[in-house]
Design a binder for this molecule. Structure first.
Ligand code: FAD
Ligand code: NAD
Length: 467
């Protein structure tokens, strides 16, 4: 039986990054993946394909709505969904092949098959041909990720009642799509089809969309998406979703608890994801799960079995690719005897709608609830010269600082390219910058980044310059 220093089950951004770092640190490393392509949810059916379709649909939207004003006349522009999906597939394939190349380059041994525990140091790998082989490993990292969640009455049939995976591969542009869940997936994939001409209706349980983000962002995004044609049913409870052949019918309870029927040709269920732990034989290794079904880990991402670790979506915390990656590096360095550090407060979150939403640190409400005395600076995107030049004027940048020390505690942005812009705030907060520090940094003109400086000036004595 072949032996390894470390074996990783699952090749998503958590698993494959852990494998690279383990190999870099001199460990003999195995990576086990049940699918034929590496990269996990993120590369195959998550981050990468969704962004590919978001970019294509954004080009289409601009061609229809914005080219004329920029002085570009086109003939009739029409979407070609088949080509959009084919381009997306090509992007996915290139990216997954890139991970295979990285494994080979780093001399990581990859196994295709379903990994399950035989005991705490032995893994059985069952190939798609039904044949099994076993490997031994001193340490094991569980990186098996997550899968779409749903509640009773909204079980996806993957035909008309679909999850994000099917929504990335539709054969037709829906005339109308109802999205259950006004979170990240619902708004991103709703945006893709909304831009291509579908009527999008969002049924959300909470009083706000993107309810875990700062309320200012949620309100601004609601306003912008409504202008784009989205319809929101907030504080609505879904009772039942029925596939009626060529359409779906939803029974929902509105705010007054009255029953309302909604109809569409597709219903996208996007109410969160749940940890993927099936078929792993945890009982044979003695690994414990918590009450949420996640693999239970301590601050070192170690399970109750000392040589077994777990990272990414399968453990507590934000279900984000970059969080999984950092945890992969963390465990690899820990196994190599280093003392890594990971600050979960500084994991940024992004929603890739247009405009984008991005955040790091605490929200205004979280700080108020914790009794922290704060001051807030904000600056509207429309006051930036760069934004007027590009005609991307919607949005706002909000910086929250400690009232007494001026330390930046949270930064929230909605606007063009804020997915990239948020990194200035992450770096600033990593070095525990004050709002004054950001306000005194020279920012290039004309850029969207000037909005960060202006918001910091506003936070420190209401001295923004261009408003
Ligand atoms: P995963 O990527 O889920 O990988 C786990 C892997 O383990 C899978 O390949 C699975 O097949 C394999 N596996 C499971 N069990 C076994 C077994 N027993 N044996 C062998 N293999 C096994 N996050 C972002 O940060 N940014 C985004 O823009 C973003 N967009 C997203 C869009 C969509 C539509 C979705 C669904 C998710 C998105 N996410 C995004 C979330 C992101 O994909 C996840 O947070 C991330 O993939 C988690 O990484 P992971 O390594 O923990 O698990
Ligand atoms: P989410 O947690 O972002 O949003 C789920 C939404 O559904 C919430 O607004 C919630 O209030 C609502 N909801 C829950 N139960 C409901 C019900 N019964 N009826 C109506 N609404 C209900 O989850 P998601 O959008 O499914 O995404 C799953 C995970 O994938 C997230 O954790 C997210 O971090 C990750 N993801 C990230 C990105 C990104 O980083 N850009 C993109 C896509 C997905």
């Amino acid at each position: 039986m072949e032996s390894f220093d470390v074996a990783i089950i699952g090749s998503g951004p958590g698993g494959y990054v852990a494998a690279i770092r383990c190999a870099q640190l001199g460990m003999k490393t195995a990576l086990i993946e049940k699918y034929s392509t590496l990269g996990g949810t993120c590369l195959n059916v998550g981050c990468i394909p969704s962004k590919a379709l978001l970019d294509s649909s954004e080009h289409f939207h601009n061609a229809v709505h914005n080219f004329k004003e920029h002085g570009i006349d086109t003939g009739k522009v029409s979407p070609n969904l088949k080509q959009m999906i084919a381009r997306k597939d090509e992007v996915v394939s290139q990216t997954c092949n890139g991970v295979k190349f990285l494994m080979d380059k780093n001399k990581v041994t990859t196994f295709e098959g379903l990994g399950s525990f035989v005991d705490s140091t032995t893994i059985d790998i069952k190939g798609n041909d039904g044949k099994s082989q076993q490997i031994k490993s001193k340490n094991i990292i569980i990186a098996t990720g997550s899968k779409p969640n749903f509640f009773p009455g909204m079980e996806p049939d993957k035909k008309r009642i679909i999850t994000s995976t099917e929504a990335l591969n539709l054969k037709e542009i829906p005339k109308k799509m109802i999205v259950i869940g006004g979170g990240v997936i619902g708004l991103e994939l709703g945006s893709v089809y909304g831009r291509l001409g579908s009527q999008i209706e969002v049924v959300e349980f909470a009083p706000n969309i993107i309810p875990t983000m700062d309320e200012t962002m949620s309100k601004e995004l609601t306003r912008i998406l409504k202008k784009e044609g989205f319809k929101f049913h907030l504080e609505h409870k879904v009772q039942k979703v029925v596939n009626k052949g060529k359409s779906v019918e939803l029974t929902v309870l509105n705010k007054k608890n009255e029953e309302v029927k909604l109809e569409a040709d597709y219903c996208l269920v996007a109410v969160g994801r749940k940890p993927f732990t099936e078929g792993l034989g945890f009982e044979k290794a003695g690994v414990k799960l918590n009450e949420k079904g996640q693999v239970e880990v301590n601050d070192h991402l170690q399970t109750n079995v000392p040589n077994i670790y777990a990272i990414g979506d399968v453990v507590r915390g934000a279900m984000l690719a970059h969080k999984a990656e950092e945890e992969g590096v963390f465990v690899a360095e820990l196994l190599a005897g280093q003392r890594p550090h990971l600050d979960y407060n500084l994991v940024p979150g992004v929603v890739y709608t247009w405009p984008e939403v991005a955040a790091v640190g605490k929200t205004e409400q979280e700080l108020k609830d914790a009794g922290v005395e704060i001051k807030i600076g904000s600056f509207p995107i429309k006051a930036l010269g760069r934004a007027r030049a590009s005609m991307d004027t919607a949005g706002v940048i909000k910086i929250i600082a400690d009232k007494n020390t001026d330390e930046v505690l949270g930064v929230h942005m909605i606007g063009p390219r804020v997915a990239d812009l948020i990194m200035e705030a992450v770096v600033a907060m990593e070095y525990r910058a004050s709002a004054e520090d950001i306000a005194r940094i020279c920012h290039p003109h004309p850029t969207y980044s000037e909005g960060v400086k202006e918001a910091a000036l506003d936070a420190t004595g209401k001295r923004a310059l261009h408003i």
